[in-house]
Design a protein around this ligand. Structure first.
Ligand code: PMP
Length: 360
């Protein structure tokens, strides 16, 4: 059975060389006589893996020394709660930019702990664009400003990162971390579920400026306190060890390609190919405003639900899978994360053209 082109929004494709390396090391990791899954997380073998993973991420993203890298669990969804639980301190208010379903879920969790102020939103236009965020919109008394840099379901992304001045900027980067070069120093916290551009599900990466650690109240459980994990080097309890190992391999793989500069170049080319095809088409349209388009998740629609269904069915026969849009928006969505090869996007656009000829 051949591998398919998997356009899933996550978990999604992993680079084949990474899967092959993991396969090679599966039953006997570097002469340990064990799989990584069987290694003690306190062993020297694993110490090398987790330290290597951290260094790999630091090198790729050029993370400044005053930031900690934490390897946690609970998904990005747990960060929706951990962020307010850890950052509020004596403050009561938090600012959120509402750009889609995931922003809304983040806000809902924050409401348990704080007064949530929506400083900008595109909800009235079905989240089809990224609203402008300027410094004067930000409450200087807010504990932080939260944004979702890439909106996985709606297919939008921030083109420029807002300047929030002295108020820490917190970003859910689940669906575009490692897809392009970013300046980490603009953020107080960056968090991401691993299952798109980093590795297998089960690992959550948090990059946090040191001065934001240690403000959780006494009532915050140890597992939900950034300080616990920071003090313990992400080894307070058993970490998702195999996922961390896979992440390390992915980081090394991206570095080998030429780092985030090269990754971004490839991603922009893949996305351009797809958007150009949609633009040139008389059948497919993009629901997203041009200046707000994501290079990771590309939604497109045909004129009817029946045509969408026919497209999805025929695409599957060609090995182009998981192209169905999120149930909340319908249509199609091609998630073209780092590990989607250019050939996959080429196969998709050539099928789109073929399908259009037949369904004019
Ligand atoms: N935020 C964004 C932008 C996402 O795409 C997702 C998952 N698709 C989540 C949060 C939720 O992540 P998790 O399933 O890791 O909790």
């Amino acid at each position: 059975m051949e591998r398919i082109y998997n356009f899933s929004a996550g978990p999604s494709m992993l680079p084949l060389p990474v899967l092959e390396q993991a396969q090679k090391e599966m039953t006997n990791y570097k002469g340990s006589g064990m799989s990584v899954m069987e290694l003690s997380h306190r062993s020297g073998w694993f110490k090398e893996i987790i330290e290597g993973a951290e260094q790999g991420l630091r090198d790729l993203m050029q993370i400044p020394d005053n930031y900690k890298v934490l390897f946690l669990q609970g998904g990005a969804s747990q960060q929706f709660a951990m962020v307010p639980m850890n950052l509020l301190g004596s403050k009561k208010k938090v600012d959120y930019v509402n750009t889609g379903s995931w922003s809304k879920k983040a806000m809902k969790e924050a409401e348990r702990f704080a007064d949530v102020n929506v400083i900008a939103s595109s909800e009235e236009e079905n989240f089809t664009y990224i609203p402008e965020v300027t410094k004067d919109m930000i409450d200087p008394e807010a504990a932080y400003v939260h944004i979702t840099t890439n909106n996985t379901i709606e297919g939008t992304a921030f083109g420029t990162i807002p300047d929030t001045g002295d108020v820490p900027l917190v970003a859910d980067m689940s669906s575009n971390i490692l897809s392009e070069e970013i300046d980490v120093s603009k953020f107080g916290i960056i968090y991401a579920g691993a299952q798109k551009n980093i590795g297998p599900a089960g690992l959550t990466v948090v990059i946090i400026r040191e001065d934001l650690i240690g403000h959780a109240g006494e009532d915050v459980p140890a597992m939900l306190n950034y300080k616990t994990h920071s003090d313990a080097g992400s080894l307070y309890n058993t970490p998702p060890s195999f996922a961390i190992y896979m992440a390390k391999l992915v980081f090394e793989y991206i570095q080998g390609l030429g780092g985030l500069k090269e990754m971004e170049k490839q991603n922009r080319e893949k996305a351009a190919l797809l958007y150009e095809t949609v633009e040139a088409s008389d059948l497919f349209t993009s629901p997203v405003r041009e200046d707000s388009r994501s290079i990771m998740n590309v939604p497109f629609v045909s004129p009817s639900a029946e045509t969408d269904a026919a497209f999805l069915e025929e695409a599957k026969k060609k090995g182009l899978e998981t192209l169905k849009g999120h149930r909340s928006v319908g249509g199609m969505r091609a998630s073209i994360y780092n590990a989607m090869p250019r050939e996959g996007v080429e196969a998709l656009v050539s099928f789109m053209k073929e399908f259009e000829q037949e369904h004019k």
